[in-house]
Design a protein around this ligand. Sequence first.
Ligand SMILES: Nc1ncnc2c1ncn2[C@@H]1O[C@H](COP(=O)(O)OP(=O)(O)OP(=O)(O)O)[C@@H](O)[C@H]1O
Length: 323
Amino acid sequence: MELIDARHITKVFTVGTDWLGRPKKVLAAVQDMSLVIHQGETVGLVGESGCGKSTFARTVLGLYGKTGGTVLYKGRDTRDLAAGELYRRQVQMIFQDPYSSLDPRMTVEEIISEPLRNYHLCADGRERRKRVAGLLNQVDLRAEAAQRYPHEFSGGQRQRVGIARALALEPECIFCDEPISALDVSVQVQIVNMLRRLQQELGLSYLFIAHDLTMVHHMSRRIGVMYLGRLVELGPGSEVFCRPLHPYTQLLIASVPRPDPADPGAPDAAGEVPSPLELPAGCVFHPRCPYANQRCRTETPVLRQVGADRFAACHQVQGGDAL
Ligand SMILES: Nc1ncnc2c1ncn2[C@@H]1O[C@H](COP(=O)(O)OP(=O)(O)OP(=O)(O)O)[C@@H](O)[C@H]1O
């Protein structure tokens, strides 16, 4: 079942002002991006820093106002009052930085029970403490943690507190925005394994955003690849990882560090990532693409189906065959 259906999402920021206070430049952070998240699945979202992953997640969640597009929750437009209210409750987010996303002046109990208070749930103190203890237990923290403050915990423990807060309203879906990037490698594995366990126990869906392709591959049933605000490839995780179709995905996957020093890996991509303030015409990847032709320089490719459950936004990809 389709839980979240984000259609043609666009988010544009205006950056800087001129001497009359008028916005100077337009930054297209996310352009015409569509993505479905099914009940119980994990969709991974990868792409280089600044390609728009966080902006997409925050816009779909309603933390940023949309410039364009629609979000359906279980088939209902979230602009509809009742559907929107349910959506905000059922879809939660955890953030990259467990240091700054928790209020240092609040105890863990206050942090975790804040969403409950916002929704006037568990008003009775004893009931609330019991609920917080249960949530701490779900993320493998002791009940005593409730009376302590965020600075008393390690990074991994703080991320557990953030996850407990996200679970407080018993959501159906959690957007995980680089939840492990700020943590040590051994702690990353613990958090990822815990997220997988919680998914099985609670039937959660995840949008899992990360730089680390190997981790995304490990977590996700489907993977979407973003480049300069656009979704350029989407498909089953193992296929995108092992047989990437879009030239940018090929580059991204070939750049994953290899244990064998004799393996040359990917050739360097031509040029740098263009500024999102001055996007190239046509396909945004064409200045770096070894396969680009005249059409790529003028015509923006749309994401289209190129194989069973495989999608790519590239004029050159034909019938699911890698270039
Ligand atoms: N509030 C904002 N105002 C103006 N520009 C913004 C704002 N938030 C993000 N941007 C710009 O939008 C683009 C996309 O940023 P975003 O943070 O979504 O990328 P990202 O892929 O999540 O990067 P990272 O992996 O580094 O978090 C970037 O060029 C960024 O500078």
